[in-house]
Design a binder for this molecule. Structure first.
Ligand code: ADQ
Length: 466
């Protein structure tokens, strides 16, 4: 079996306090350990100048290779094109997307530099798996350096509808770069369809049977691989999580109140201000629930250097203050807003305790919180998932209470419905949701992507361009 090379913006180097040590990092690390390999990416450090070669950390059989980014590169590539152009655009926020050419050039420059630094670490038979929107041009840069190995790409975010994607001045180059891969994976059918729309209508390429795409002189496979969670593991953790002191303390402080849970990285795509507004509507329209319900929103900050993220943080603080100002009493605070991360076990305990979760992104590639929430429930007394129809997860979790996050009154009604739902209906919905989550676990997702990659090349030998 060939070695695996994983490339992602951040690298989970063992024993370093990387931000990225969640389930996905563990699943990728396991795949690397199976046959040995390399994990390559940004170190998370900003230095005076970008490293001229990667720092290697050997934890046999895996080599972790990380690059420090200089200020200019970090600002143009990461804060700039990745997070102020592609991220908002891919989440349908044209109003927030910015297109300075300088950031685009920085994005290409860093990707080309990554390619040059990765090239010497590659073996002839390696399979290369590149993750997410930060790295789209990496395969074409590697190809330019003569790399012929199989290269796959997985997009964790949505891929936007054609008319939105066309607003990107560099759409042609980005689409062409995607076609330098052998396998391009998306979270949902919607995303895949949007990509194929581009191929058919803009690239002059064609879509053959089995998701094969012929465009820009190459043949590749474009396919849906909905990312999963570690269902068994989460269920095991949840069964013990009520013993976690923080969870116990919280339960005691709530007495018999029902509680609603929101957990998100602080990001405008997650629809948190809209959720606060929906909760406010709920309190206005269902006064019988006053004092009986508490909403807890946990939202640790992210991308703090990007101005839109500072703004949303301030907006949430103001809204939470207004809401509590309008409704709180000396013995009841309806909304608790925590601007910090929470250890996984505690989080899972909160999931288990809550009557319902509000997962209401305006747009989300998948949304793992929705899936983790379902896995953490007790089979006999599950909580209710209120889920945005614009999260990729809504495809598999259609037994959730699906809502339109732009409609605060509709979400308020869904909260009331969740709180009043019979146990019989809760169990029925939960059983329908847990089934696909057990089948499509995180490991199954990883293995099916790698299987598709290992079946490449998809071109008939005579089709491959020289
Ligand atoms: P994210 O946008 O980061 O991921 P999400 O899928 O919800 O969003 O994953 C976040 C992870 O961080 C979850 O495992 C969650 O439990 C954890 N987390 C979130 N808030 C937390 C908190 N307050 N404290 C502790 N942990 C917290 C991107 C895409 C998603 C896609 C994933 C995976 O935007 O759409 O689902 O990648 O492909």
């Amino acid at each position: 079996m060939s070695r695996l090379v994983v490339v992602s913006n951040r690298v989970a180097v063992p024993n370093q306090q990387a931000a990225n040590t969640g389930g996905l990092a563990v699943a990728l690390r396991e795949a690397l350990q199976a046959n040995g390999g390399v994990w390559f990416g940004w170190s998370g450090k900003i230095a005076q100048r970008t490293s001229s070669q990667p720092t290697l950390t050997e934890v046999a059989p895996v080599t972790y290779a990380t690059v420090d980014l200089g200020r200019k590169d970090h600002s143009e590539y990461y804060n700039g094109f990745a997070n102020r152009t592609l991220w908002p655009l891919f989440h349908y926020r044209l109003d927030l997307a910015e297109f300075p050419r300088q950031n685009y050039e920085g994005y290409l420059r860093v990707n080309s530099l990554f390619a040059e630094q990765l090239r010497p670490l590659l073996g002839d038979d390696d399979d290369i798996w590149i993750h997410d929107y930060h790295m789209i041009p990496l395969a074409s840069e590697l190809r330019r350096l003569g790399v012929r190995q199989r290269i796959g790409f997985f997009l964790h975010t949505p891929f936007p509808a054609l008319e939105v994607f066309l607003a990107l001045p560099s759409h042609e180059r980005i689409a062409r770069s995607l076609c330098a891969y052998d396998v391009v994976g998306f979270q949902t059918m919607n995303d895949l369809r949007a990509f194929l729309d581009y191929i058919v209508n803009e690239s002059g390429g064609e879509v053959l049977e089995d998701g094969l795409v012929k465009a820009y002189g190459r043949t590749l496979k474009a396919q849906v691989f909905p990312i999963g969670v570690e269902a068994e593991n989460l269920a095991r953790t949840a069964a013990h999580a009520l013993k976690v002191p923080a969870v116990r303390r919280f339960r005691e402080s709530q007495r018999d109140r029902a509680f609603l849970m929101g957990v998100d990285r602080l990001d405008y795509s997650k629809g948190i201000p809209e959720r606060f507004e929906a909760f406010q509507r709920f309190l206005e329209r269902y006064p019988a629930w006053h004092r009986q319900v508490v909403m807890v929103q946990i939202a640790p900050g992210s991308r703090a250097e990007v101005p839109e993220y500072k703004q949303i943080r301030e907006e949430l603080e103001a809204r939470a203050g207004h809401l509590n100002g309008a409704f709180a009493d000396y013995d009841w605070t309806p909304l608790r807003y925590l601007n910090k991360g929470v250890p996984r076990e505690t989080l899972v305990g909160f999931f288990r305790l809550s009557a319902a979760a509000l997962v209401t992104p305006l747009r989300d590639g998948m949304n793992l919180v929705a899936k983790e929430y379902v896995c953490a429930q007790s089979p006999h007394e599950p909580g209710v998932l209120i889920l945005s129809r614009f999260a990729g997860a809504a495809r598999e979790l259609d037994a959730a209470l699906l809502v339109n996050p732009f409609d605060p009154d509709g979400v308020a009604d869904a909260i009331a419905r969740a709180l009043n739902m019979s146990m019989e209906e809760r169990v029925e919905r939960w059983e329908a949701m847990i089934k696909p989550l057990r089948e499509n676990s995180l490991d199954a997702w990883r293995d099916s992507f790698l299987k598709a990659l290992r079946q490449a090349p998809y071109a008939a030998p005579s089709d491959t361009p020289g």
